[in-house]
Design a protein around this ligand. Structure first.
Ligand code: ZN
Length: 207
């Protein structure tokens, strides 16, 4: 009898069963640049972080894995706590270096720092990540960093329409956390971090 090999699902991968129903609306808000901002019809305080509304998604890891999609709460958790995107455990090694595996070199912030939307990847998971992701098989860059700080979000941008409704204007745009006006009508799906002490690292399994 052949035992099917269960494919490893990375920690950040979204699942079909995590989709939640939601309704976006325009809502008055005193701190918004124009006095209005994007909101949910039934908002709660934890819908916002870093001054931006976040995409609602479950964390049940149930249903079919959606291999190409990232789960928003888990991606954000990885970035805030420097957790490995594959195993979900701390991505720093014993010397305090945080490991990254990126499909392309990081971008550069207005202040000249490197930044990325890709969560860290602990050293032990680098070979598995390369094997799992077709993009990483083609091109992969291994880095270490000393620290990371929230810099921006990947977000869908909306604009107000009639009757408190909103219209999607742009999908998956990178917006810095100081772009307050744009953030008022952004729905964040991923956290971007700027990287301190970034260095190219030797690839290879954990020693
Ligand atoms: Zn790992």
């Amino acid at each position: 009898m052949t035992v099917p090999v269960r494919r490893l699902v990375p920690y950040v991968t979204a699942y079909e069963g995590e989709a939640l129903a939601y309704q976006l609306i325009v809502d008055p808000h005193v701190e918004a640049t124009d006095g209005i901002r994007l909101s949910y019809a039934d908002p709660v305080g934890t819908d916002w972080l870093y001054g931006v509304l976040w995409y609602r998604q479950g964390i049940t890891q149930t249903g079919r894995p959606l291999w190409k999609l990232v789960n928003t709460p888990r991606q954000r958790r990885c970035m805030m706590h420097m957790l490995c995107q594959v195993c979900g455990r701390p991505a720093a090694d014993n010397d305090g270096w945080i490991w990254w595996l990126m499909p392309e070199p990081p971008g550069t912030t207005g202040g000249g720092l490197p930044f990325t939307h890709v969560p860290p990847c602990c050293r032990a998971c680098i070979p598995a990540a390369r094997a799992l992701c077709p993009r990483l098989r083609h091109e992969a860059h291994v880095y270490t960093a000393l620290a990371a700080e929230p810099f921006g979000v990947v977000a869908d941008l909306y604009r107000p329409a009639a009757g408190r409704k909103v219209v999607l204007v742009q999908h998956a745009v990178e917006v810095p956390l100081d772009a307050f006006r744009r953030l008022d009508f952004a729905l964040a799906t991923q956290l971007l971090v700027s990287l301190d002490g970034l260095q190219k690292a030797e690839d290879g399994p954990a020693s």
